[in-house]
Design a protein around this ligand. Structure first.
Ligand code: NAD
Length: 334
């Protein structure tokens, strides 16, 4: 073995996978498969997330941080760095900005840099879609959308593939933004109606929340029996989208319990002592057949989707492999 200093510092090649390449190779189907599979691995203990760093940087009202993890079975190691810059959209950029760095788990060498903006949206939509596929009533007909920001159309597209929805109702703090959801419904030939939060709760069989709210929008009394809620917006301490009493009425599932009780929607119910970590089930257990999931037509199920690093790594790894095969990744020597 050549251990001369020259050999030890020899350059190696990495892949650069652009935003455009990610959009070409990862569709909803690929994202759903990657996310469902990594949730399953997490529940088996063969993939684990490292503690999240997420901080308000005191500039541009931004939240910045790192999500990382290791999938021992899939041999995917990496980190997503980035965050949320709420002022971006008025300048024509998306509020979420991120990049995924993938490392060789055998050597620690950087393997790929994968643009993370589109992937974040598609993996977050896949996460709620996985929850709907496994937990919503089969006969769910009305989908309620709370939020109409950048993520919302990804969420809506992915949800519509999971059940035979016959109508979409929606609410947003700025109602004028609801047109983007109405446009998606038109594409799917589905009736769309802008409604109050109370009307949304009383009609919907499945509700997706995807806002940056920091106070409860949906009240417990407005949610009807048998509803499935996918709470996707709360991913930071202090954020909240729904009345925390809903979590005491519901059977609660999550991507990861540690995140659910600290940065997810469950943080408030746990603080109020109406829910404990032991009462929350990782959705991977349902995927793996260890938990039955929904047990009755009347049961309210709730998925607290906090967004884990392994989701990002799973879709980024798939994007890097597919982009390489299709000649869409650039090779750069470090
Ligand atoms: P966006 O900035 O494009 O849209 C924000 C949405 O929240 C809009 O509908 C806006 O009207 C609404 N909103 C903002 N403040 C509100 C308030 N005080 N009350 C009620 N509604 C309010 O953001 P986005 O990209 O659509 O993301 C939405 C949220 O989802 C963000 O908070 C983001 O951090 C979160 N998110 C979570 C995950 C996850 O994995 N769980 C992944 C990505 C984004």
């Amino acid at each position: 073995m050549d251990t001369s200093s020259e050999a030890l510092t020899q350059p190696h090649q990495i892949l650069i996978v652009s935003e455009d390449a990610c959009q070409k190779v990862i569709g909803r189907h690929e994202a759903f498969q990657a996310v469902e599979s990594v949730f399953s691995s997490m529940a088996k203990g063969s993939a684990y997330n490292f503690p999240v760093v997420r901080e308000a940087i005191g500039h541009a009202n931004a939240l910045y941080g790192f999500k990382s993890g290791f999938d021992r079975e899939g041999l995917v190691l990496g980190v997503k760095a980035g965050g949320y810059w709420p002022g971006n959209v008025v300048q024509g950029r998306t509020n979420h900005q991120s990049i995924v760095a993938l490392f060789d788990p055998d050597t620690g060498q950087l393997k790929a840099l994968v643009s993370g903006n589109y992937l974040t949206a598609i993996r977050t939509a896949a996460s709620s879609a996985v929850s709907i596929a496994h937990l919503a009533r089969k006969n769910a007909k009305v989908l309620g959308m709370i939020g109409a920001g950048f993520q919302s159309t990804f969420q809506l597209h992915a949800a519509l593939e999971q059940r035979d929805f016959e109508k979409v109702v929606a609410w947003n703090t700025h109602p004028e933004h609801l047109t983007r959801l109405a446009d998606v419904c038109r594409e799917h030939n589905l009736p769309f109606e802008a409604v109050s939060l109370q009307a949304l709760g009383s009609q919907s069989d499945v509700i997706i929340t995807i806002t940056s709210a920091s106070e409860p929008l949906l009240q417990a009394a407005w949610v009807k029996p048998g509803t499935h809620l996918a709470c996707m917006g709360t991913d930071t301490k202090g954020k909240q989208e729904i009345d925390h009493r809903i979590l005491a009425q519901a059977t609660v599932f999550t991507d990861e319990i540690d995140q659910s009780i600290s940065i997810g929607e469950a943080q408030h119910a746990v603080t109020a002592r109406i829910l404990s970590a032991e009462q929350i089930t990782p959705i991977g257990e349902v995927i793996n057949g260890l938990h039955q999931g929904r047990q009755s037509e009347q049961e309210i199920t709730l998925f607290d989707g906090t967004g884990v690093g392994l989701q990002d790594l799973a879709v980024a790894s798939a994007a890097a492999s597919l982009a390489e095969v299709r000649g869409l990744a650039q090779r750069v020597t470090l």
